[in-house]
Write a protein that binds this ligand. Structure first.
Ligand code: SF4
Length: 455
């Protein structure tokens, strides 16, 4: 009997990626084969994204392609939770009525149920073939750790809570067991993700759970402290500027957690933030940034912004530029506001023409460019550790990242051999190296290798 084979297409953000990894892990645990092509597969699972309109289109196209190439398709992910416009339960079944089943995000059990129905599971599951850390889609040396699902906020431009529901945190014992398994499997960098990392545990009333037999509260600061004991890089994403962030600053200052914060500010002006219904809109963000930098001088701050939100006046926009000058954010992304179907911001008065929104987003990026360049230049002349992600064969350099760079979204370090050294330094992918930073440009750094760091 041939082993039933499932093709898998994974779209969307790191949170969706974690969902994909869970389904793939379960498939392998039950003895299914996983295929990266449509042809060899008995059916195909497409994990979709539905955050912005372009992502919806990309997901619908991917489903269409899978139907054409394979014909038997199960859809999961954020787009699966989006209702149809003509009374269908989901937009996906409205556009692609031939799909076998549709589920929303974080629905491993439902996806598996649909797979069992359409492709019965093999009689003898090879559970021992699955590594303890599960199946992952990232390279072996870094991994995303999803600590919660959903979100209690209701930002007016976002439909994630309507798709993913309110905050549901994973108990700290479970999160730490996964983190420990990842480290045992060779992961050197853990990237903590969720919709609102700083709210972790709120829904569980910070309930006490057990980590290696010790009682520990399911709470942001306690989680960061536990992760800091694992001896690997720990990077925090989607953190909101609440006062309790201060509790983890000493761990960053002591080098136990990466001095890196990804804080999606989205805007600076209090009125725009109120219209956006942003969490922590009343916080004095500039003051907070200054306090963070005082406590952790080496802090790398990443943030995202939206330009041209409905009703954004010229003076509110100028406030944003002024904020950027003062905040000196290291890594910044800015998008022109784009209405998302179903978001309450669509009904706000004062919608701006797309040209104005785009022009403002471009102005933000142009304004930020010398700031980013200057912030990056402070690395030049420093000796630091980088994690090697790969090799650029054409340029003959190793490609790595400092603690200030998250994979895929931030910059890289091109690492060359030291011209004054007669001995090449052997260092492999997924290993740390000590380097001297010799040059910086707008986004990336250049370094010469000093030594490999013992594993
Ligand atoms: S914090 Fe706001 S933008 Fe982020 S997921 Fe929650 S509602 Fe959406």
């Amino acid at each position: 009997m041939t082993t039933p084979t499932v093709g898998f297409v994974s779209l969307g953000c790191p949170k969706a990626l974690v969902d994909s990894e869970r389904i793939l892990t379960q498939l392998r645990a039950e003895g299914y084969q996983v295929s990266s092509s449509y042809e060899g597969a008995d059916l195909v699972v497409v994990n979709t994204c539905g955050f912005i309109d372009e992502a919806v289109e990309e997901s619908l196209e991917a489903i269409g392609e899978a139907l054409e190439e394979n014909g038997r398709v199960i859809v999961t992910g954020c787009l699966g939770a989006k209702p149809g416009t003509r009374g269908e339960r989901s937009l996906v079944s409205e556009v692609h009525p031939k799909v076998l089943a549709v589920t929303g995000p974080h629905a491993t059990a439902e996806v598996m149920q649909a797979i069992h129905q359409h492709l019965p599971k093999p009689h003898d599951p090879f559970t021992d073939l699955v590594p303890p850390q599960g199946v992952r889609l990232t390279p072996g040396h870094y991994a995303y750790l999803k600590i919660s699902e959903g979100c209690n906020h209701r930002c007016s431009f976002c439909i994630i809570p309507s798709m993913r529901g309110d905050l549901v945190s994973r108990p700290i014992g479970e999160v730490m067991r996964e983190a420990e398994a990842l480290v045992k499997a060779g992961v050197q960098e853990i990237l903590v993700v969720s919709q609102d990392t700083s709210a972790y545990g709120l829904d569980l009333k910070y309930r006490t759970d057990f980590v290696e037999g010790r009682p520990v509260r399911t709470r942001f600061a306690e989680l960061v402290e536990e992760l800091s004991r694992l001896g690997v890089w720990v990077r925090l994403h989607y953190v909101y500027p609440y006062p309790h962030i201060d509790e983890i600053l000493p761990l960053m200052a002591d080098g136990k957690v990466l001095p890196y914060l990804d804080v999606p500010f989205q805007h600076s002006h209090p009125d725009v933030l109120k219209r956006m219904k942003r969490p922590a809109s009343g916080e004095k963000n500039l003051e907070r940034i200054q306090q963070w930098r005082k406590a952790v001088p080496d802090l790398t701050l990443r943030s995202t912004f939206i330009a041209g939100f409905p009703g954004e006046s010229e003076s509110e926009f100028s406030d944003l530029l002024q904020f950027l000058t003062e905040a000196q954010i290291d890594r910044l992304g800015c998008v022109a506001y784009s209405p998302v179907q179903g978001a309450s911001a669509n009904t706000l008065p004062g919608a701006l023409p797309i040209e104005v929104r785009q022009e403002r987003a471009d102005r933000v990026m142009a304004h930020q460019q010398p700031i980013s360049e200057q912030r990056l230049a402070r690395w030049v002349g420093r000796r630091t550790q980088v994690l090697i992600d790969g090799i650029d064969e054409e340029e003959g350099v190793l490609v790595g990242r400092t603690g200030g760079d998250a994979p895929d979204i931030d910059g890289i370090v091109r690492v060359r051999p030291d011209p004054n050294s007669r001995h090449p330094v052997p260092v492999g992918i997924g290993r740390f190296a000590t380097v001297d930073i010799i040059h910086s440009d707008d986004y990336d750094l250049e370094a010469v290798i000093v030594a490999a760091v013992a594993a």
